[in-house]
Write a protein that binds this ligand. Structure first.
Ligand code: GLA
Length: 391
């Protein structure tokens, strides 16, 4: 089993804390975003992957009429009611669980309380969606224990609503879909309008690195929401000037953007160019992968970062410095920021046989250029969320 050591530790801690064994254990991984930045809520396309780090969630029923959730790393317990559970302002990690459980209860109310504990190894602060991993392992386990019938898209939407209503971030569906639908060695290509999901094999010749220069940025959620608003305003403008329906920026081409951008506030126009260009890059990237052109695919990652840096302005100096460093290292095919931006990490596409040397070189060159540390992790596209144990 993937991350067996984390699973074993969780079972031990669960038994010690609750004095019984769990009845269900689920697993859900974090994700990397490979191409297609801020396209999910613009109804566009994304290449992502579930990663080889994730979170396990162990659960059984209780007779106490309350839900108990323990963070296995802190060994700290939070209780919340079965009905009408509100977000908490202390121990805010619990909100991802409380919000997800509330979404499932709206489909079918729990008939008893539960005792649950989670433990994971998704590196924190890397922008690898540890919160989506927690939501999706919660969703899988609670749905299994209380026989709540919900498909992956429904579970993803429940996680998205938990982020919005319990954690305060108006995110799209990317993180949850990637965690649920990943597969060993595969990229996940998602159309966020039709929610059609396919897996694409990149073959064994390449893998990914995640580079975290520990960029600290304030106002992350406010920035995300303001970019989302600019995209929605731009979509409304294009709907008013184009001769065909525009429900979202997905319906606008770069050629149309070029022809009509002058009618928009210049900043809003730049914001809109990013997801529009990203959609075109994902579609081109799919063709290149089909032909086995990994060099061409990698170049699209560099183009994507450049668009983030100059048009969407969701990069920052640290991430730009990492990407600049990657351009000088042999075996690296492409690099870009991954996820929301304004900090977080850079995802690097690298030839598998050069990955270890490239990881070392990134950290060394970044230190030489900036005097600061950049943490580099190897990432393998891996299996998506599942139930790993039932009694
Ligand atoms: C965050 C959000 C996702 C998506 C990415 C940017 O990860 O949670 O929904 O919008 O940013 O592509």
């Amino acid at each position: 089993m993937i991350n067996q050591d984390v699973y074993n530790e969780l079972l031990e801690k669960y038994k010690a804390h609750f004095g019984k064994a769990p009845v269900v254990v689920s697993y859900a991984p974090g994700r990397i975003e490979v191409l297609g930045n801020h396209t999910d809520y613009n109804e566009g396309y994304v290449f992502s992957a579930a990663i080889n780090y994730g979170t396990f969630f162990a659960i059984s029923r209780n007779d106490d009429g309350v839900n108990r959730i323990v963070a296995g790393d802190l060994m700290h317990e939070v209780t919340f009611p079965l009905v009408d559970a509100k977000p908490v302002s202390k121990d805010t990690w619990a909100n991802y669980v409380i919000g997800t459980v509330a979404g499932l209860n709206a489909i079918k109310p729990q008939d008893t309380g539960f005792d649950a504990m989670f433990l994971g190894n998704v590196p924190m602060g890397f922008g690898l969606s540890s919160s989506a991993a927690l939501e999706m392992c919660t969703a899988k386990a609670v749905a299994q224990l209380f026989t709540i019938d919900a498909d992956n898209v429904t579970l993803a939407k429940i996680g998205q609503a938990a982020e919005r209503d319990y954690a305060g971030c108006p995110c799209g569906l990317l993180d949850q879909i990637s965690s649920l639908c990943g597969a060993e060695g595969m990229l996940v290509k998602t159309d966020f309008r039709s929610l059609e999901i396919e897996t694409v094999d990149m073959g064994p010749s390449v893998c990914f690195l995640m580079c975290n220069p520990h960029a600290k940025h304030a106002l992350v959620d406010g920035q995300y929401a303001s970019r989302r608003k600019a995209c929605e305003d731009a979509a409304a403008y294009f709907a008013s000037v184009l001769p065909h329906p525009v429900a979202a920026l997905r319906d606008v081409t770069m050629a149309e953007w070029e022809a009509h951008k002058n009618g928009l506030d210049p900043i809003v126009a730049n914001r809109a160019a990013h997801p529009i260009g990203e959609d075109e890059r994902v579609l081109l990237g799919a063709e290149l992968l089909n032909k086995g052109d990994l060099d061409g695919f990698g170049k699209l990652l560099f183009d994507s970062h450049e668009s983030s840096r100059t048009m969407f302005e969701n990069s920052c100096e640290e991430l730009d410095n990492v990407v600049a460093v990657t351009k000088t290292i042999p075996g690296i095919l492409g690099a870009r920021l991954s996820g929301g931006g304004f900090g977080g990490s850079v995802v690097v596409l690298v030839k598998a046989d050069a990955a270890a040397d490239a990881a070392k070189a990134i950290a060394e060159n970044y230190k030489a250029n900036t005097g600061k540390d950049c943490e580099v992790s190897m990432i393998q596209p891996s299996i998506g969320a599942s139930i790993v144990y039932t009694a």
